[in-house]
Design a protein around this ligand. Sequence first.
Ligand SMILES: [Zn+2]
Length: 461
Amino acid sequence: MRIIPTMLQIYNSITKQKELFRPLEEGKVKLYVCGMTVYDFCHMGNARSFVVFDMVVRYLRVIGYDVLYVRNITDIDDKIIKRARENNESFESLTERFTDNLHVDLQKLGLIAPDIEPKATGHMVQIITMIEILIAKEHAYVAENGDVYFDTRSFADYGILAQQDLDEMRSGARVAVSDAKRDPLDFVLWKAAKEDEPSWDSPWGKGRPGWHIECSAMSTEYLGPQFDIHGGGADLQFPHHQNEVAQAQACGYKFANYWMHVGFLQINKKKMSKSLGNFFTLREVLKEYNPEVVHYFLLANHYRSPLDYAKDNLDVAYRALERLYIAMRDLPDVHVEKDTAFEKRFYAAMDDDFNVPEALAVLFDMARSINKLKAENALAEAAQVAALLRQLANILGLLTQTPEEFLQSDEDTSAIEALIAERQQARADKNWALADQVREKLDVLGVELEDGQHGTTWRKK
Ligand SMILES: [Zn+2]
């Protein structure tokens, strides 16, 4: 694998342009990604963000960086309290169950686990300390209702991640919900507990932290007052990330140098949301599709572009992977020799703000080259290209199965296997006519059989 020097450029949401990536410390990258609020299954929008940062971590490691990858778990908030009440269970049992579900689903998808996965409820000391600093520096105030708010007017740089005009937002905001705020854009740092709510002791009485402060407190706890990359979904850019950076910088921390945002997952060009009823969980999609197909689908568009979820697009992802696996089929595993034009193009694409569509185009050119070499019976050369194809695809977390595993795993597998069993029974019964009939049926399904000493194997043509 390649060791830097690299010309990696990353689009920074703060400057709204691609910048040459320069880590704070040579050879090291500190990365914080906003994780999930664990009151339900991971949905496809969350999954897209996690798949993208998995690719980012893999690539940074491959080009030689020592990456420290932190992704948090939000395990206390209003939605969690509400859901736990509806279920008549403790918030702890709810959040533990959905944290486990998240881990199972992401592992199935083939993602690498973060190095540190901090939970909000495990970091009350850090959160409270940060709020105390903000109050001492007069960037936060205790309101009459007992809540603590961040004073957005006190912080001159408030709005660097906002996509809209702040004064327009202020005039549009409804203050009625909380008269306790000095300004409609002020946001809660500490929420005073109502009766029967989970709560923690603080200098301002029993309560719980706001969502934004937990990420500022946990990222600086593990990565320091300044770190390299902060990432998350585009829906988090404002207000969540704006509030994170405001809190940290108001404390005197420099915070993240590069901000990366992953585009929306849309359904028929509309944002996926529970209220619109067009909502898909990763788990239900994984029930229908090979996990690698789902992984490919979530990765194949450029990470900053919107991605349209549709069954057709998952089928396209299946056929794309199928092309790559068919090219690799029947070739021996060989050691990769360097340093081909394909490899250079692949790295150039990835260095250009993680341009996965371009990198995938290189892989398809490689598949074409392999097929051509196979047709010319140049199998040793074909095996070389195939080994490199696998190595480069692995950088994206793809082509992790054998061609046989993948090509046998689509949805008609059980039907095919039933037919093969029927044919075997017919052969055992010496009913050759029936055996031939079944073989023809399999032929129509595009299945190729190989009768060997140890029984019959099959694959898709
Ligand atoms: Zn966050």
